[in-house]
Design a protein around this ligand. Structure first.
Ligand code: MRU
Length: 379
């Protein structure tokens, strides 16, 4: 089988990112040489998906730092420290909802602040930063592989008809949204690899169509049997196709009680999963868990520009290279375009992380994510 798709190429201080706006029709990698390039790629959604956003931010600073160091722009370790902290603050302004970016920025700032006191010169502090940013890329793939394994085991265990397991997923949570493999899509990959998956269903994921453009592309590429539905078909799908035995989605931010922000439309999927009595599973690395907030009401939900809802871009039918943007909505209509919604913990059956599966205690409607993290790190 061909290698899994990749959205982030990083080698020898060079960063290239896949322009996901051109998918599924064209594969275009673009160089990112500065923090401004990284910020723009995230804001315009050339790079998207919570883990990928954090890693592109961290690596764009890594390449920028190395270039500045090579040009002799830093005189002291203090110069490097100041530049790193200011750059991370700037990168944090690219998109507000996914916590992975803020988590990565906090960890990298703390590391560089601690190392400043022992670093002998600017070069050695640059090296500390670069090593840590590169490790984030490597760790994310391994974390996703663990999520895939734990999640596939969980779904198989819960399935009532183990010979006929289909799952529904939303948005894109695969290789393109992460450093590789994927979270919810990683679970689907594992189910398929174990020959436990009959079919995956993916939603179109309006307004941006990450499902039809990106997840469908990954599923076709990986030759996983899959069917595309539009978002409004989910409840009918569950009613008419009882072989769909779980819904599995990713996360942009999980609060301490398990409330989860994810792509708009996730909440309605959780409601329909509850109504149809099937597990609703959130798959997320622990870098998506924000224990500083007690509930989902504290999560900032990004509002996207109206044009993303009223226009659509794609390949002209019959053409192999001519892309067009067309307007589909009536001129003059007002638009509400939140990028994410919050699914209450009460609707979530399990949160699958690289450290294991968090479940609610019997009779409780919430998760205790701090306790889960503490017990899984000491296990
Ligand atoms: O707006 P996007 O495309 O960045 O939204 C992506 C999602 O909501 C994903 O489900 C989430 O980031 C998890 S990616 C592993």
């Amino acid at each position: 089988m061909a290698a899994t798709l990749e959205a982030i190429k990083y080698k020898d201080g060079q960063l290239e990112i896949l322009n996901q706006l051109a998918l599924p029709h064209e594969t275009i990698f673009e160089k990112a040489e500065t923090i401004q390039d990284g910020h723009a790629a995230i804001k315009t959604m050339k790079t998207r998906g919570a883990p990928a956003i954090a890693i592109v931010a961290a690596l764009s600073l890594s390449v920028d730092l190395q270039a500045r160091q090579a040009r002799g722009e830093f005189k002291t370790a203090e110069d490097v420290h100041t530049f790193v902290l200011e750059s991370l603050e700037y990168l944090k302004t690219s998109r507000p909802t996914a916590v992975n970016l803020f988590d990565a920025a906090a960890k990298l700032s703390a590391l560089v602040t601690a190392a400043k006191h022992t670093a002998s010169d600017a070069a050695s502090l640059v090296a500390v930063y670069v090593q840590a940013a590169e490790k984030m890329l490597i760790d994310d793939v391994q974390d996703n592989k663990n999520i895939g394994k734990y999640g596939a085991e969980y779904i198989y265990e819960k399935a009532t008809d183990k010979s006929n397991i289909c799952v529904l997923t939303h948005c894109n949570t695969g290789s393109l949204a992460t450093a590789g493999w994927g979270t919810a899509l990683g679970i689907i990959r594992d189910l398929h690899k174990n020959k436990h998956l009959k079919r995956a269903y993916c939603t179109e994921t309006r307004p941006y169509n990450q499902g039809s453009r990106l997840t469908a592309y990954e599923l076709v590429y990986e030759q996983i049997p899959a069917t595309l539905v539009c978002d409004s078909m989910a409840s009918a799908l569950l009613r008419l196709h009882p072989e769909v035995q779980a819904i599995v989605v990713g996360a942009d931010r999980v609060a301490a009680n398990g409330d989860t922000a994810n792509k708009i439309g996730t909440y309605q999927l959780a409601i329909t999963a509850k109504y149809h009595n099937i597990p609703f599973i959130v798959a997320a690395p622990t870098t998506s868990i924000d224990t500083a907030i007690t509930s989902g009401s504290q999560i900032v939900i990004e509002q996207r520009p109206a044009n993303e809802l009223v226009t659509t871009t794609g390949l002209l039918v019959g053409s192999t290279n001519e892309s067009k943007t067309i307007r589909t909505a009536a001129q003059g209509i007002d638009v509400w375009n939140p990028s994410f919604d919050v699914t209450p913990a009460s609707l979530i059956s399990a949160i699958v992380t690289e450290k294991g599966v968090a479940i609610k205690l019997d009779g409780q409607d919430q998760f205790d994510m701090p306790a889960f993290l503490a017990s899984s790190s000491s296990a």
